[in-house]
Ligand binder design. Structure first.
Ligand code: AMP
Length: 365
């Protein structure tokens, strides 16, 4: 992609998707003098609270997508499951990144193959499209393992954890294309988050140690640990190659397991990422601002970490109802609530970032 001429102040950014990532992108964009218009099907679109305008229309509504696009100077997405057909309705010159990034990230099989070809190591996996495939995958890959729907899974949804061959007897092929992958015995999970400009300039943030529960991120901690530090260079090379191979523009995230034999690639997200929320207060430039800078043709900002220790935790479900109490804590915690109307169990409602100039991180439980 040719270098993008900087978009002047007052230009309009279109965001496909209406969740908290879109909300935080729009907040960063407004600081740089841009206005955002969102597009997502009707729902609790919390990005709409901070966008200048918002289209609540279906992904199949080509007339609405065209009307949306006609008002935008550049279009990006905050959600990797935006249907490709919707993205392809947007004129190509408006898209910040090529739809190929979405096409690959929307399918776990494509994603693993693509990144493996660039040199990444993945857990053993097999495609599962029938009960017979599932039986074969269990035999070849073995248990423990995880059956995952190839498409549309997020935050641990569309996954069946299988501890033993015996347990697998109770699990049926769910009728949608899946992959079955071996359980990775890892020390820590970490992600590589980078921002790439249209001229190929890339900035990479420090990698946090990420903890998940039931497939959903619970916390990200900086500094990570010596295992991650010893593997991050290799993981960064893979992430850089992936971004270059896609001619990607914006923020791209790759998730890894740090294992005894090196980094094992898990999945990628062609967007800003939950494990990068700490960058808002913790880095010289946040992931949200650098995404906006990249897609608008502005110079990328520095990604250096500004504190000795950082701890970002998600606020999930009903915990959000008492979250303002966090503001009474010492140490000036940074509270972010996304304004979701319904605090459903397991729903990401906000996050809190605690930063410190002290080296040893305070443990907050
Ligand atoms: P995913 O949706 O693939 O990102 O999975 C969500 C979380 O489930 C990951 O961040 C891990 O904590 C866990 N997980 C997924 N796949 C594996 C695996 N093959 N081995 C061990 N843990 C996994």
């Amino acid at each position: 992609m040719a270098d993008r001429t900087p978009l002047p102040t007052g230009s309009t950014i279109g965001i496909l998707g209406g969740g908290q990532l879109g909300r935080m992108l729009a907040m960063a964009a407004s600081q740089l003098g841009y206005r955002c218009i969102g597009y997502a099907p009707a729902g609790d679109n919390v990005a709409s609270d901070v966008c200048a305008d918002f289209f609540e229309n279906g992904w199949g509504d080509t007339a609405a997508l065209s009307a949306f696009a006609s008002r935008c100077d550049v279009v990006t997405w905050e959600f990797e499951n935006v249907p490709l057909s919707a993205v392809q309705t947007i004129p190509g010159h408006l898209l910040a990144a090529k739809p190929k990034a979405l096409e690959i990230a929307q399918d776990r099989l494509n994603e693993k193959r693509f990144v493996e070809e660039l040199g990444a190591i993945c857990a053993p996996y097999m495609r599962v499209e029938s009960d017979e495939d599932f039986a074969r995958a269990l035999e070849r890959v073995g248990a423990p393992g995880i059956l995952k729907t190839a498409r549309d899974g997020y935050d641990g949804k569309g996954q069946w954890w299988i501890a033993s061959a015996h347990e697998a007897e109770g699990v049926r092929f769910p009728g949608r294309p899946c992959i079955y992958e071996g359980m990775v015995s890892f020390e820590t999970e970490f992600s590589v988050i980078l921002a790439r400009a249209s001229d190929g300039t890339t900035r990479i943030w420090d990698s946090s140690a990420n903890t998940h529960d039931g497939g959903m991120l619970v916390k990200s901690v900086i500094p990570a640990n010596t295992i991650v530090e010893s593997q991050v260079e290799a993981a960064r090379k893979i992430a850089q190659k992936t971004a270059d191979a896609l001619g990607y523009v914006g923020v791209l995230t790759l998730e890894f397991f740090a294992t005894r034999s090196g980094p094992v690639f898990n999945e990628m997200a062609p967007r800003v990422h939950n494990s990068g929320h700490w960058t808002i207060e913790g880095a010289a430039t946040s992931q949200f601002e650098n995404h906006i800078r990249a897609i608008c043709g502005l110079p990328l900002g520095g990604t250096e970490t500004r504190f000795a220790s950082i701890d970002m935790r998600n606020i999930v479900g009903e915990d959000a109802l008492n979250a303002h109490a966090i503001l009474e804590e010492s140490g000036e915690p940074h509270l972010h609530l996304y304004g979701k109307r319904e605090a459903r169990t397991g729903r990401k409602m906000g996050h809190v970032t605690r930063v410190s100039h002290e080296k040893s991180p305070n443990e907050h439980s």
